[in-house]
Each structure stands twice: as structure tokens, then as C-alpha cells.
Design a protein around this ligand. Sequence first.
Ligand code: ADP
Length: 470
Amino acid sequence: MTRVLSVASECVPMVKTGGLADVAGALPAALAGCGVEMRTLLPGYPAVQAAVAGGAIVADLGDLFGGPARVRRGTLGQQVLYVLDAPHLFDREGSIYLGPTGNDWPDNPERFAALSRAAAHIGAHGIEGWTPQVLHLHDWQAALAPVYLQDMGAAERVGTLLTIHNIAFQGLAPADRLDALRLPRSWYNPGGIEYYGQISALKAGLVGADKISTVSPTYASELMTPEFGLGLDGVLRDRQADLVGILNGIDVESWTPPYKTPRGKAAHTRALRADIGLPDSDGPLCVVISRLTQQKGLDLLLNVLPTLLDAGGQLALLGSGEARLESGFRDAAERHPGVAVRIGYDEALARQLIAGGDVILVPSRFEPCGLTQLYGLRYGTLPLVALTGGLADTVINASPAGLAAGVATGFQFTPVTANCLRGAIMRMCALWQSPKDWQKMVKNAMAHPVGWDQSARTYAALYESLKKVP
Ligand code: ADP
């Protein structure tokens, strides 16, 4: 058995803003069958505290950045959950990262330094007699842990893995917070946690962790280029030997289609059209479930929407984010009967869209792994995606070769421009005219493995290699 503490700032079902939460929630169960005992450490936001209400206090961390901090024990299904109970940092309503003005909480550096420090404390001292051999740290919010671990004199005993879910979030803090964050001055240099005159929590993990992973092999390669590395590509090139890409899976039990055949799917498509207010149609129903940000490339979709509609296609979009995209899609829905838009976050509708859609569109400029294309595969809702990151690694393009070999599961385009997206939409609409080929692709997609099995084994082997003590 390898004992691993997973440290994350969000986790389903309690708190989620993105794919990280799905991964943090899925890993412990996925790894249980691979000889890994994973426990999870989360910040004590109200929703997390509620989930472990009455759980015993199992560690006292004293004063942590301006108030008392303790670790509370809870359970989540079969899994042990540790919660950092520090009300001055986490007991607040609203977004977990953003204050009421829509900007980062001003004390985010302290909040997530506290999470990292609690992780290091558990690594160094154990908890309830349980001593993790590996800390699995997710994103910048947990990335200071290797620095604290070394400062506590425990880096020789405890292995560390940092997983990058999205390098766009780096956890920068002004350099004058160094002492307040209890970071050793010896780390503040260009080979350490300094980043253009600031403290970078993510960089601390990139230079300090024993190994680094990210959520797809293609994103791992992309991160070492200036275009995708967002200033940290040089650091990653230096650590190439310790960098791996491991694809995310999805929870295939929770995401099981309520049908086995294309005919079964058609009933869901009809119901979706009726529910969301789209007219009946013989054309393909395309769906989008996404944050509406520059990353996701949906401005390109707005651009080429007429091509889809002229070819008889329809669009149903669920998402929220940047105002210009929200209003762009709202306007499109008002102008075109073939477009339905819901602004907001709605898990039930997301599932209905995946089940009822014919195609799921993911035209991202970068996409570390992406989950919605995996849901699409599982449900026979063919992914039409940019050839980047995990989208490149999980979809088999309906190229002439892919079709001839009978293995295609979706449509890919590159580079990520409006013209190339338009081309892919036209190829998709042409293939729609050939139901036999389409149904073969639906079958291929539904048979494609999208669960955790393979990746869980890869993580288990990686943890094994990180063990420093038996
Ligand atoms: P990211 O983490 O970059 O947002 P992913 O595709 O990895 O992108 O994960 C997004 C997750 O959030 C998926 O599970 C997706 O279904 C879900 N999601 C995104 N937007 C919405 C929304 N508006 N309503 C419901 N679920 C959403």
C-alpha cells in the first residue's frame, strides 16, 4: 500500500469551479484498487465544513496567518477527508477564489499558503498515526508545500508530486509578503520561487516538487513552449525529465448514458429540443457546456455560427463567464431560432445536453485535458475539438484515414482559427448526411475507454517511484 495525501482547493461534490474538482473527487476511489490509500485535504469552506460537521479535530496547527487553524476529520463515501478548519481564511460566502467585487480575495496568498502549510505539516508529522509517503499537490493552491516541507526538515522522507491542471493560474503574491507567508528567504531567487519580482506559488511547486505531472501528454509537451508555458516554459524545460502527462478520466458510473443505441439517443435529442425551445430538425444538434472565457475559443464559434445554421445545424449552449461572450450568445439566440442559450451553471442541464446533443463543440485555444469531450465520447455525442492538449489525445479525427480504418470518434481542427473551425463544421455536416458512417462513429465513441483505469495505474506507479521510506 502506498499512502498518499491529495491536496486540492476544490473537490466534487462540495465545491467545484472546474475540472480539478472532478479529478480530486474521483482519484481516491479510482486508486483504491491499485494499492494506493489516498486521503484528501481540503480548505474548510462552508460547503466542506457542512459535509464533515461534527468531525473530530485531529490536528492543531496553532496560529496560521492570523487565526487559529485545526484539521478536522470527515469521510466522503469510503474515503477519509481532512479539512483545514481556519474560519478567518475560509468561512466566507460567495466564490471560493473571488470576493464580492469579482477580484481575487486579497488574502488568497495566505489562504492557500495555509493549505500548503497544513499539507506539509501532515507530511512531516503524520496525522492520527497515519504518515503519508507522498503528497499529491494540485495546482498553485497546494504548490508551496514542497518549500514548507523542506523547511520542516521532512523533504528527505516524503515524496512530492505537483499536478498542473491549468498553468494560466499561477498564484502570484507581492514579494513583501515573503515573511508573512513564512517562506524562507533562501528560496526567493530566480532558481526558486521568484517570478519577475513577485512570489509565484506555482513556480515553487515546479522547482520544489520531486515530480511534475499534467493532465495530458500533449499538454505536457505544449507547456514547454513559450506559447503555452505562459512564462514558465523555461522552468518546465529544465524539469523535462521529471514531467509526465497523465490523462484525466471521468466517473463512468455517474456518467452512463440512459441508452445503448443511436435510436435510444434520438428520444433524448427530441426531448432536449422541446425543453430548450429549439424547433424539430433533421440537422445535427451541437451543444456546448463551458466557461465562457478566451481560453475556450467560443468567440470563434460566434464567428462561424452562420455556417452551422446554413448547413441545417443547431446550437444549444450552457455556460457563463465573460460579459462580451454571454451577450454575444444571448444576441445570437434572439436572432436565430436554431440557437438556444442558457447563461449559468446547471449540472442537470449539462447532463441533458450531453445526452441529447449529436455533437459537442470544444474549440479551445488550449485545453490541459478537457472533460466535456470525454462525456461526449461516452454518450456518443461526437466531439468536434481543437487539436490541442487533451483534446488531441482523446479524440480520433474523422480524417480520410481515420474513416477508412473505421476508428474515428470525432472531428479535430488546427490551427485554432475561425476558418479552420468553419472547415471542421462543414466536414461534420457533410458526414451527417451519411448516417451509416455517423453511426459507426457513435459506436466507436461509446466504446472508447474514458474511465480512470489506465491513468489510475499510471499514477500508482508514479507514487511508488516517489516513495522515500517503506
Ligand atoms: P475547465 O476545468 O477548464 O473549466 P473541463 O472541461 O476540464 O474545463 O471541466 C469543466 C467541467 O465543468 C465539466 O465537468 C463541465 O461539464 C462543467 N461545466 C462547465 N460549465 C458548466 C455549466 N455552465 N454548467 C454545468 N457544468 C459546467
